[in-house]
Design a protein around this ligand. Structure first.
Ligand code: TGC
Ligand code: FAD
Length: 387
């Protein structure tokens, strides 16, 4: 029996029935609703907001949370498959879901009070309240410990001053999870759209993640009640704990992007006749395609095992770093190679490869750059902190 070209090791047979059903549902959504419109949305530099209600209806926002907060109690592997199938469409759509689920709903669930959970999570799961996550500052995102945004206690309120940069969903968001330095260490605050002194400015001229909103946030004496402070975490481990959740999902996402590119390049090279034979009949093209399939297979097995470790409660941040590094590098290399196999046709957004390649420039940078994740592994091996 012929092997499935995008699942050479039959990873799907290792999935439960529920995991397969989740994958199939999201795959259908991507094929029917995302892929037909995403090239144009990318061209226009427009996040397709019209998809949010459907994404919510499919249960993809905060899908791992318990049902009482609007989630579906899905396991980590299912969440990973959601990310993979969404990113097969576009990294921007997966980013939207990552930020809402892992960077906004997760901290409210993990670090928030019961009142805060009830107040925000069900509406966020329903897509009625959109969140963004403000950690990165303009002077250097890799080193969030050097945080300049500051919150100072004033009676029953906090007064926040500072700014954040490169914030996904910034101008879309109804609430922002903002991390600020306080006298007791870094703390998280839920800022609401319309609070005096809080503004967002969209970042234009992006060549990457064009179908996603990216913004700067500004805080000018923003007065936030203590009831909007996340009470159950202090220190950098708060935001880093959220990043571990999001980075886990991001290990799966680029597998989807790489599969989309391989699919396109495979079809194109079988049909493109040069020197009286299909490009796919040449040895060099076959080596390139085989190399892509090899790297996708390794990434699939890596993420699946990572997901199983997460579901067993034993996943370590350094393991997430290795998979984020490997899978982003795998996907960006494949997207660029596929762009090359398409020749000149590969330079327009009529084909997906260049859009994925450009998107992956962000994906390999955000949530910890490739270098940051390499240094995490270096530290794990040597016991020496090179940051
Ligand atoms: P260190 O000072 O040693 O640790 C501080 C505390 O945090 C704990 N910790 C973690 N906890 C959970 N998950 C992790 N991954 C953790 N890493 C560290 C640690 O145990 C310690 O706890 P405690 O109790 O002892 O205080 O911090 P470090 O030396 O490990 O960190 C250095 C470094 C460079 C790895 C870290 O600063 C880092 O990861 N920098 C990169 C920043 C980054 O990734 N920013 C991403 C911003 S958000 C984003 O990009 C969203 S894009 C979303 C989208 O559109 O999809
Ligand atoms: P810098 O930290 O200035 O890094 C510059 C270069 O230095 C990089 O090549 C880096 O690898 C390298 N470097 C860093 N440290 C070392 C070292 N020790 N040794 C050697 N080299 C090193 N942030 C949020 O908080 N929320 C979001 O929603 C969000 N969304 C984003 C969306 C997009 C499209 C993008 C592009 C970014 C987003 N980010 C977000 C920010 C992202 O996390 C940062 O861009 C990333 O962490 C890197 O920070 P930086 O851009 O300031 O680069």
């Amino acid at each position: 029996m012929a092997l499935h070209p995008y699942d050479l090791f039959d990873v799907r047979s290792l999935l439960s029935e529920e995991e397969r059903a989740v994958q199939d549902t999201v795959a259908r959504f991507t094929d029917e609703r995302v892929r037909p419109i995403i090239g144009e949305a990318f061209d226009e530099g427009r996040f397709p907001k019209e998809l949010v209600a459907e994404i919510a209806e499919l249960g993809l926002l905060g899908s791992s949370l318990p049902e009482q907060y609007g989630g579906h109690g899905l396991n980590a592997v299912s969440y990973g498959l959601i990310c993979q199938e969404l990113e097969r469409g576009d990294s921007g759509i997966r980013s939207f879901v990552s930020v809402q689920s892992s960077l906004c709903m997760y901290p409210i669930y993990a670090y928030g009070s019961e009142e805060q959970r009830q107040r925000w999570l069900p509406d966020m799961a329903a897509g009625k309240v959109i969140g963004c996550f403000g950690l990165t500052e303009p002077h250097g995102g890799s080193d969030p410990a050097n945080m300049k945004t500051r919150a100072v206690r004033d009676g029953g309120d906090w007064v926040i001053n500072g700014s954040k940069m490169w914030i996904t969903n910034g101008n879309l968001a109804d609430i922002a999870i903002v991390w600020a330095q306080t006298d007791e260490g870094i703390q998280g605050f839920v800022l609401e759209k319309g609070m005096a002194g809080f503004s967002a400015q969209e970042i234009k001229h992006k060549m990457s993640l064009r179908a996603s909103v990216t913004s700067s946030l500004f805080f000018d004496n923003v007065r936030v009640p203590d009831s909007n402070r996340l009470p159950n975490v202090k220190g950098l481990k708060g935001p880093l704990g959220c990043l571990t959740q999001a980075r886990y999902g991001i290990t799966w996402g680029p597998i989807g992007a790489a599969i989309a590119c391989l699919d396109e390049a495979l079809n194109y090279s079988k049909e493109r006749i040069l020197f009286e034979r299909p490009v796919a009949a040449t040895q060099s093209a076959q080596i390139k395609l085989a190399e892509m399939a090899r790297r996708i297979t390794l990434a699939q097995l890596l993420s699946l095992q990572l997901g199983r470790l997460k579901d067993a409660g034993s996943m370590q941040p350094a393991q997430v770093s290795l998979a984020k590094w490997n899978n982003c590098r795998m996907a960006i290399d494949i997207a660029r190679e596929c762009r090359d196999l398409l020749g000149g046709a590969g330079i327009t957004t009529e084909h997906a490869a260049i859009r994925h390649a450009l998107n992956l420039e962000s994906v390999i940078t955000y949530e910890g750059t490739e270098t940051v994740h390499q240094l995490v592994i270096g530290r794990e091996l040597t016991g020496i902190n090179a940051f």
